[in-house]
Design a protein. Structure first.
Length: 276
């Protein structure tokens, strides 16, 4: 009976007529997000897990994460290279640094640990040096990655390349997380420069070329560009569609972007080797 009674009560509520006043309230209600800084974990297993995660983040060496970025920009580096997908000869290199920036920013927001904030800001300052050096070396202004810009020439020419926009999304998202949490102007400057670079690449391609480009994994570029707009209110042109497994995006300050739903091609059966 203890189970049946609440169920009958719920059914009665469901069947009860809704008044005009309550309907108006329901329509006007909205859900709002709130910052992680508004919540602090109390003593217990969740706080223990959070502290272990923070300790792990602080054990990672920023110079090792920055190593391939500096190599790509012609900057000196003596760090021991990372392996796996971050190996210096792996085409996905650099994406873990973007994840790391996001992790440091979100952990700082959730815990208030200033060491994580400073870790993120130090890396952002080093990335600013990389972005400037890449432009000096001939990359289009704003480019920032651990591999040469020629990877995108291969992508747009439909030549074999792993997933350069997937990697770029992680970097852009990390920069935006740092800016949102710390209000650091350098991280926003880097993100703006990278978005302008994306707009430059986009402006050179036809719609048909963009559709072909979607055959290569592109991560959450749409989400990151939307977040840049949310943080700045600047009129970046962003175009998205939600056909299953398919997003089409473009970041350009001028011109229109027509949306044409397409389906994303299946992933290739084999990936480049990630052995290190």
């Amino acid at each position: 009976m203890t189970l049946i009674t609440p169920l009958l009560a719920l059914l009665a509520l469901e069947a009860a007529p809704v008044s005009a006043a309550s309907a108006a309230v329901a329509v006007s209600a909205s859900i709002e997000s709130f910052p992680r800084a508004d919540v602090r974990l109390l003593a217990g297993p969740f706080l223990d897990a959070q502290r272990r995660d923070a300790a792990y983040l602080l054990r990672l060496d920023p110079d090792r994460l920055l190593h391939t970025f500096r190599l790509n920009a012609g900057l000196p580096t003596a760090a021991q290279p990372l392996g796996g997908w971050e190996g210096p000869d792996v085409e996905l290199r650099g994406h873990s640094l973007g994840h790391y920036l996001s992790a440091c920013a979100l952990m700082f927001e959730a815990s208030g640990d200033e060491r994580l904030k400073q870790r993120a800001l130090v890396i952002v300052a080093e990335l600013a040096k990389v972005q400037r050096a890449l432009t000096v070396r001939g990359a289009n202004a704003g480019y920032l990655a651990a591999f040469p810009e020629s990877f995108f020439d291969r992508l747009e020419g439909r030549q074999g390349v792993w997933a350069p926009y997937y990697t770029l999304h992680k970097i852009l998202a990390g920069l935006l997380d740092v800016h949102r949490v710390t209000n650091d102007p350098t991280s926003l400057d880097l993100a703006r420069g990278l978005a302008r670079w994306v707009g430059l690449r986009a402006s050179r391609l036809t719609d048909a070329q963009w559709q072909a480009l979607l055959e290569t994994e592109f991560g959450g570029m749409q989400d990151a560009l939307d977040e840049l707009y949310r943080q700045t209110g600047e009129a970046w042109r962003v175009c998205s569609i939600t056909v299953p497994c398919s997003i089409r995006w473009r970041a350009a300050r001028t011109g229109s972007t027509a949306c044409t739903p397409t389906r994303r091609s299946p992933r290739p059966s084999a990936r480049p080797s990630t052995a290190s």
